[in-house]
Write a protein that binds this ligand. Sequence first.
Ligand code: CDP
Length: 224
Amino acid sequence: MRKIIIAIDGPAGSGKTTSAKLLAEKLNYIYIDTGAMYRAVTFAWIESKLEMSDEVLQNIINNSKIELKPSPQGQITLLNGVDVSKEIRSDIVNRTVSPISANEFVRRHLVELQRILGQGKCCVMDGRDIGTTVFPDAELKIYLTASIGARAKRRLIEYQEKGISNLSFNEIADQIIGRDRYDSNRTISPLRKAADAVEIDTSDMTLVQQVDTIYQLAIKAINE
Ligand code: CDP
């Protein structure tokens, strides 16, 4: 059995994070949520109350220690030792994460960190550019998609369950469309499917079906 890197990319709400987490558990692989890292930098910038500029973001990057740690409740995100797992899912972070993620310094630093965390490990990593930029040689690449309606509905349920925000279905759909547009059109590492990625449309799939489909592909790749 070989150790492999499984890259899962896709737009907001396509089911990457939940699938990646469950898949990693099933395979006993480590899970790295790269979106949480971009969200943590965004939260640090919001807390700084400074204008968005290269200089400010570079400073924030140089002074922020971002860690992803397993916990009984799932993975937690620490920013300079403080648990910010809940704060990074807030509305304000959702609204500002895309421009911050498009910044060159932020990307260079986080991509380097992601490579260090995943290199040589049995690892499931999810994000926007894992199969194209972070690990272009990943042994298995998955590109998850789903209709806007399905994605907005999932987010609405997640927000209601976790008490994150009171946004309506339409507001969430608009936010998702806006973030997808930004992520897909940025200059550095835009969201796109790697040529060798397996595309899975999860619109009509249950979470169990989704995880199982990727699990079967992973087992095949591990045993190749
Ligand atoms: O969970 P959701 O799909 O809503 O988002 P996420 O995976 O937590 O990522 C949040 C944001 O971080 C995305 O909208 C991207 O702007 C950015 N991101 C990125 O640029 N590159 C990655 N590898 C992961 C996230």
